[in-house]
Design a protein around this ligand. Structure first.
Ligand SMILES: Cc1ncc(COP(=O)(O)O)c(C=O)c1O
Length: 404
């Protein structure tokens, strides 16, 4: 056996700092019988365990579509028709009619000429960023941009400059330093994953257009929730002209798994030829494509899902703020409760778990040092009553832990 003591030593250090991450298996408890004996399938956001209603605030299944009958049925139909896997890279023999249909639907949904589906949102970001810039170019990325964007940036070998979070003046100063021969790619999220705040997208788009920079906007947490019919913030503000690369994931509000880039036909052709996670990996499994087609049908028929969710999240956030919690700049379905200290955040998450509230303790390096937090995702499965109860339990528990 090779010597693994170095791993043990470093893991012990992580553990001591409250930074070790561990896997937790979710209880298989979602089927439950009520007093009359009827069997109910509950979702991911709320489920029954030992007769107790558990509120899960750690899931990104914002609209409760992962277990929605229409979505599960569409996934099952695609599974039966096309099989469990795509069997090869899309460029070899792996492009199935369900991939083509999904890409047409996603392009229409986002208001772009074309879309290309990847194996995950992470792969879409890594693939697109590394395909668009090279060693003589620059990437200007928001300080809080997601790890997948930064990993793509590293792979691209371009010069990486970070602008202060949502600081358009800082971005402008960096844009003005562009060497004549370089291409600039500006990168931001539209709804930030750990803070739940929004990018000043219209201002960033203006900077990009005025300076001829490419602009990639990650709509992982906006897709399905924000904008008309869930099309995202690019759609809300009609920024398709300025946002040359619109990234979305199929893994959050759309309830399945996978990622995509929407843009021009030329961009799609370029990515098919240059995005390595697309070229050198097996195509998206057909059941995922089927599930997302089902989810898009649900969104088309129910235009208000995102708006309902945001209203509910707003009431919840205000209750937490009134109780004295710091929810940062959140205005979305993602509500952070910023604690600061890693160990105290972990202890609070553990106590909440014992009260039937599942909330992820997010620590560095996912968030900057000293800003450890609980990240609470509100979903449509949480009723107003659930949210009121959760806010009360949070306030009581935090007080008992000496955090208020
Ligand atoms: C902002 C952002 N971009 C991209 C991703 C990656 O998406 P996926 O989970 O589909 O790989 C995530 C997921 O955590 C995210 O939060």
């Amino acid at each position: 056996m090779t010597d693994e003591t170095w791993m043990e030593t470093e893991l012990a250090q992580l553990h001591a700092q409250g930074l070790e991450r561990q896997l937790q298996v979710m209880p298989d408890s979602r089927l439950w019988r009520d007093k009359s004996g009827a069997c109910h399938a509950l979702g991911v956001g709320v489920f029954m365990l030992d007769g107790r209603r558990i509120l899960n605030f750690s899931s990104n299944d914002y609209l409760g579509l992962a277990r929605a009958p229409a979505v599960v049925e569409a996934a099952a139909a695609a599974l039966r028709r096309w099989g469990a896997g795509a069997t090869a890279s899309r460029l070899v023999v792996g492009t199935l009619p369900c991939h083509a249909e999904l890409e047409t639907r996603l392009a229409q949904f986002k208001g772009y000429a074309a879309a290309l589906v990847f194996g995950s949102g992470y792969l879409a970001n890594v693939g697109a960023v590394a395909a668009l810039v090279g060693r003589h170019d620059r990437i200007l990325a928001d300080k809080l941009a997601h790890a997948s964007l930064l990993d793509g940036a590293t792979l691209s070998r371009a010069t990486i400059r970070r602008f202060q979070h949502n600081d358009v003046d800082h971005l402008l100063r960096l844009v003005r330093q562009k060497p004549a021969s370089a291409r600039d790619l500006i990168i931001t999220e539209s709804v930030f994953s750990m803070d739940g705040d929004l990018a000043p997208l219209r201002d960033i788009a203006r900077v990009a257009q005025e300076h001829g920079a490419m602009l990639l906007v990650d709509e992982a947490h906006a897709t399905g929730v924000w904008g008309p019919g869930g099309t995202g913030l690019i759609g809300e503000w009609r920024l398709q002209q300025a946002v040359s690369v619109a990234m979305g994931t199929l893994s959050k509000a759309l309830g399945a798994y996978g990622g995509f880039i929407a843009g021009s036909e030329t961009l799609k052709r370029w990515l098919v030829n240059r995005a390595r996670p697309f070229i050198f990996s097996t195509g998206l499994p057909p059941p995922c494509a089927g599930a997302v087609l089902g989810a898009l049908d649900v969104l088309e028929k129910n235009h208000c899902l995102g708006a309902d969710l945001l209203r509910r999240a707003d009431v919840f956030r205000k209750r937490l703020q009134a109780a004295g919690f710091n929810t940062g700049g959140s205005v979305s379905q993602i509500v952070p409760v910023i604690i600061g200290d890693n160990q105290k955040t972990l202890a609070l998450a553990r106590r909440l778990r014992s009260h039937g509230i599942l909330a992820a303790a997010i620590r560095p390096p996912t968030v900057p040092a000293g800003t450890a937090r609980l990240r609470l995702s509100v979903t449509l499965e949480h009723t107003q009553e659930d949210l009121d109860r959760a806010a009360d339990i949070l306030a009581t528990t935090a007080r008992e832990e000496g955090l208020m």
